[in-house]
Design a protein around this ligand. Structure first.
Ligand code: FEO
Length: 422
């Protein structure tokens, strides 16, 4: 099958518009984090106008042979007038250095934010090529065919853009609307059922940028594309607008809204070895629950798998993690949960940590560092208690929980800074 796919010719997806990408059916893990049960494709396209040809994106370097063979079958290098780079990640820009060696006269079009990546890709050779840094809405006239650049920042890198072929209303959307799904039948109405791959891809690539996805859909929807040609997976010619609606739905809430509109949601997760951190957790919970306007939930990770909590966390306003220190570290389920948060937006949420310890108590500051790494606010110093907490220490935990909840509810009292603690 691999050889069969590799030898497939370029596909004319519209008159004078060709798919010239590459098939990678044997890939099982993409970018170290995404699984793909039947490989992927690196889709690149060629648009022919009366005044020259534009190549839109390239492929991963190892698949250059497929790309160049398909390109050569439909045009010659001296006819390439423009190379449009929607995204500079190497699965799309891997063949760019060789393409520019073969078509040095081509003019490169890249978004302003893409310049540093373009320099890193072409190194010193960039000086010998011509390039234009595009603004949102800029157009390129190929002679009877117009390419309009639609910037879609953070879908999923800051420099990402889409390219719209105005006359045929084809949207070359790069990673947006992509799926790691390799099927030589090309089109969404002909390939196998790829719904799982489409949603899985969104969840792992686009989900952390939901706010940006919604802004991008506001730009793309009015274009009313008749075909969406992404850079991975099937070309969406049947009901393309459904995929825009799908991105809107996937960017909405995953949960029925149990937490009332003005209420804040505070989640407390903990693990306990000897019951001390569990006692602290209950006290933090009691203190936080006393604050009006904050819905507080308490979860012992010994009784739960990590993945289902990710949806809850995405919609929470505050997160508190409790872990004992074992062998100088927080315990694994806490790290597993914290590691899974890369798939969602955590910037600006309030974070806090607590835990019991025996010797050195590294777990709490380590968790706090991770929370800061996730761009969360950590407004209070974490609460650490040696061995089992006393009644007084449990009262301190209640105060700690209350203080975090008050901050969420906008009722925080002004702090007196103790210079001795600085
Ligand atoms: Fe398919 Fe972000 O590269």
């Amino acid at each position: 099958m691999t050889a069969q796919l590799a030898s497939k010719p370029a596909e004319e997806i519209a008159l004078g518009v060709h798919w010239i990408g590459a098939f990678d059916p044997d890939l099982r893990t993409f970018d170290l984090i995404l699984k793909t049960a039947n490989g992927t494709t690196y889709n690149a396209y060629l648009v022919e106008g009366a005044e020259g040809v534009a190549v839109i994106d390239t492929v991963k370097e190892e698949f250059s042979n497929q790309f160049f063979a398909r390109l050569e079958a439909v045009t010659s290098y001296d006819r390439i007038r423009a190379v449009v780079l929607n995204h500079l990640e190497l699965d799309h820009a891997g063949a760019l250095p060789e393409l520019m060696r073969r078509a040095p006269q081509a003019h490169i079009y890249v978004s302003q934010r893409g310049l540093k990546l373009l320099q890193a890709t072409l190194k010193d050779a960039l000086e010998s090529y011509r390039y234009t840094l595009t603004d949102d809405g800029d157009q390129l006239d190929l002679g009877g065919r117009t390419l309009r650049f639609v910037h879609t920042p953070y879908l999923h890198w800051p420099e990402t853009k889409c390219t719209f072929l105005v006359e045929e209303r084809i949207l070359f959307s790069c990673d947006v609307f992509g799926a790691h799904f390799c099927d030589g039948r090309f089109y969404n109405d002909l390939v196998g059922d790829f719904r799982f791959s489409f949603e899985y891809y969104f969840k792992h690539i686009m989900r952390p940028f939901k706010k940006w996805v919604l802004s991008a859909m506001d730009k793309l929807e009015p274009l009313a594309p008749l075909m969406i040609a992404p850079s991975h997976g099937p070309i969406l010619r049947h009901r393309p607008m459904d995929y825009i609606r799908s991105y809107r739905l996937l960017s909405g809430s995953h949960l029925p809204n149990e937490v009332a509109g003005k209420e804040k949601s505070l989640l407390i997760f903990y693990m306990s070895a000897y019951g001390a951190t569990a006692d602290m957790a209950r006290s933090v919970y009691e203190g936080a629950s006393a604050v009006e306007g904050v819905r507080v939930s308490l979860y012992d990770l010994q009784g739960g798998e990590v993945d289902p909590f990710v949806d809850l966390i995405e919609e929470a306003d505050g997160l508190i993690f409790g872990s004992p220190t074992i062998n100088g570290d927080a315990v694994k389920p806490i790290w597993d949960l914290l590691a899974s948060l890369v798939a969602i937006e955590t910037r600006g949420k309030v974070g806090a940590a607590f835990g019991s310890y025996g010797w050195s108590g590294e777990a709490v500051p380590m968790i706090e560092d991770r929370l800061r790494g996730l761009k969360m606010r950590v407004p209070e110093k974490g609460k650490r208690i040696k061995f089992h907490p006393t009644e007084q220490e449990l009262d301190d935990c209640r105060d700690y929980g209350q203080s975090i909840a008050e901050l969420l509810a906008g009722k925080a009292k002004p702090k007196v800074i103790d210079f001795a603690s600085l």
